[in-house]
Structures are given as C-alpha cells and as structure tokens.
Design a protein around this ligand. Structure first.
Ligand SMILES: Cc1cc2nc3c(=O)[nH]c(=O)nc-3n(C[C@H](O)[C@H](O)[C@H](O)COP(=O)(O)OP(=O)(O)OC[C@H]3O[C@@H](n4cnc5c(N)ncnc54)[C@H](O)[C@@H]3O)c2cc1C
Length: 314
C-alpha cells in the first residue's frame, strides 16, 4: 500500500485527533523542525495505545515526544506520525512512592511535590520537558539524575501491551537509557520521595532555578539545553568535566552558522537567533566538536537527540 493510502486509513480511524503536515518547530523549544506528515497530541493512554497499534499495523513509523526540549528536528520534518504525549492524569501517592504520568511536565510534578511536602526532586527544578522525556534522557543536574528515584515504570511493550518494569530495565547511564537503543514508550513512572517541609522545598526549588537563570538563556530564547554531554570524571569520585569549559577554551562562544549561534554565557548551548535551520545547528555542532578535538583530542558526544525525516530519532 502506498504511503498516502496508509496515511488516509490512519486519519480515518482517528478523525479530529490526527492532523496532517504539522510544523514541528511549534513543538520544540529550539523552534526548529519541518512538518510531520501526521501529528497528534494525546492526553490519555486509552488513545495512545490504539493510535500506536494502528500506525504499527499500517507500517507507519511513529515517534513519541514530550516537551521537545531535547530535540533537534530535521528541516524536512518527519515521514510518519509524531505523537506528543501530554497526559496529565492525577498523581498517585502511596508514600513513599509517587506515581506520575509520563506526559506530565517536570514543572507540574515539582508543583505537586512542593504542595504535598514531598522532597527529593528539587534538583530537577527548572528543567523543561516531560517526565517521559526525563526518563528517556535520564535527566538531571548537579550530579543527581532522575534514575536515582525511579522504582518502577509502565511502558508499552512490543505487542502494544502495558508492561510494568523495574529500574534495571532502563540500564540508566549518564543522559542515556536503554530506550535510546531499544525504543519503548514510557506511560507512567513511580518515584521514591521523602517527607519534607513545604516551604523549605519551595525555597530549594527557587534557589536551583535562580542558579540556573545565571547560566541558561531566558525561557524566551529558543534552545535545546546543553548540546553536548559533559565528560566522564578524570579520576574516580571527581565531578564530570564540563563540555562547556572545553568549548569555551576552544573559542566556541564566538561561533555562529546561519541563524544558529553559541549562547554568549554558556559555550555548550546553541541558540536559535532567528530563522535557524536544523542544518545550521548540525553544522555549528560539527564546528564546535572539531574545535574541541583539535585543541584537546577529545571527541564530544551530542546530548540533543536528532529526529531524522526518514530514520526517526538517531
Ligand atoms: C533551557 C533548557 C535547559 C535544560 N537543562 C537540562 C538539565 O539541566 N538537565 C537535563 O538533563 N536536561 C536539560 N535539558 C534538556 C531537556 O529538558 C531534558 O532532556 C528533558 O528531560 C527532555 O524531556 P522532553 O519531554 O522535552 O523530551 P523530548 O525532547 O520531547 O524528547 C527527548 C527524547 O525522549 C523521547 N521521549 C519523550 N517522551 C517519551 C516517552 N513518554 N516515552 C519514551 N520516550 C519518550 C523522545 O522520543 C526523544 O527521543 C534542558 C533543556 C532546555 C531547553
């Protein structure tokens, strides 16, 4: 069956839910990305499952995204279906375990924990995106990662059944999980929290956000966070080496290609200065990587995930 026919079939099965030719620049924080042939925003597992099942049956490639805060999308968009998971089912607390939908934003999660005097997640304050994206990326800051709190999760298995998995399943690593090599959709996550004082929790979140504000561009400046991963510690017990420091020493701060430029306050952040294309960002990333390699003989590794129009996330 040709592509247009299968698209037509999927659209007819989910009228009013799946749309055509949605610009993905609207769904990424760096505001770059061509159109997805098919796109839907899904706010329940009840819709997510049949949508993914149907796209699989019709052999239409599908990719699930969250807040698009760690994504660079191809200028050609995506030949298939993009599902934006924005499920905001109520959180469920069975202390010390807190279960949250993967479509919930980290921000909403932190609002809930502060309101209910639950501590342990404050280091995530200010990180954009969804809980699902945070698990996929093993997001974190200040030496802590979400993986330390994950006690179990519900994912969509190979046969489109819901499956509960333990933290071992994810093979968490620095800004990585098994989901990079073996994509599965995270539906919900159960985190272990501790009791705390609501005002102290809020204060700590505010402190973390204030520290971040000194380093990151304002929320109105389009970017995707750190472009490259930090490097492993030189000696056991030491902190990771900041890729931003090496980039700065290698002269990255003055680099710019087309509409993509390096943020003046942080050499590991690429910003969209207006009309940047994904190609501009990719070329700038290459130039930054080359400069560090030539100065330090170190090959940086991209943290931002690239969504290729044909191959999906690579
Ligand atoms: C200003 C700024 C600051 C940032 N600071 C930090 C930081 O301090 N620390 C940090 O770790 N990151 C940081 N980031 C990066 C980003 O916010 C995190 O990686 C975040 O966790 C990504 O979540 P998301 O929902 O936006 O994922 P997306 O960008 O939407 O997707 C990222 C990947 O996750 C996959 N994915 C998304 N949802 C699911 C799901 N439900 N199931 C399976 N896979 C899924 C996608 O397919 C994609 O491959 C920053 C980004 C910005 C813009």
């Amino acid at each position: 069956m040709d592509r247009e026919k299968t698209y037509g079939l999927l659209l007819s099965r989910f009228p009013g839910i799946i749309v055509r030719d949605e610009p993905l620049s609207r769904h990424t924080t760096i505001q770059i990305g061509g159109p997805a042939d098919l796109f839907c925003e899904v706010n329940s597992v009840k819709t997510l499952l049949p949508v993914l099942q149907s796209s699989c049956e019709l052999r239409i490639p599908a990719v699930v995204i969250g807040g698009g805060s760690n994504l660079l999308v191809d200028d050609k968009g995506f030949r298939g279906l993009i599902v934006k998971f924005v499920n905001r089912e109520p959180l469920y607390l069975d202390f010390p375990l807190l279960t949250v939908s993967a479509g919930q934003t980290l921000r909403e999660l932190l609002e809930y924990t502060a309101e209910h005097s639950l501590s342990g997640l404050e280091f995530l304050a200010g990180i954009p995106g969804s809980v699902g994206g945070a698990v996929y990326m093993n997001a974190g800051a200040y030496g802590k990662t979400i993986s330390e709190l994950v006690r179990r999760a519900v994912i969509i298995g190979n046969d489109h059944e819901l499956q509960t998995v333990s933290p071992d399943f994810f093979q968490f690593n620095y800004r990585s999980s098994i989901l990079h090599a073996c994509p599965r959709i995270v539906v919900s996550v159960t985190l272990e929290v501790s009791r705390g004082d609501a005002s102290a929790i809020r204060k700590e979140c505010e402190r973390v956000i204030a520290v971040r504000a000194g380093k990151h561009p304002k929320p109105s400046v389009p970017c995707a966070g750190s472009y490259f991963k930090n490097l492993p510690p030189e000696r056991p017990g030491e902190n990771r080496r900041a890729a931003g420091y090496l980039l700065e020493q290698a002269g990255a701060k003055s680099m710019k290609i087309g509409g993509a430029g390096v943020y003046s306050e942080h050499a590991n952040i690429i910003i969209n200065t207006g009309n940047a294309t994904a190609q501009d960002v990719l070329e700038l990333g290459k130039k930054m990587k080359k400069a560090v390699f030539e100065k330090y003989n170190i090959m940086l590794e991209e943290e931002v995930r690239f969504l290729d129009a044909q191959k999906g996330i690579i």
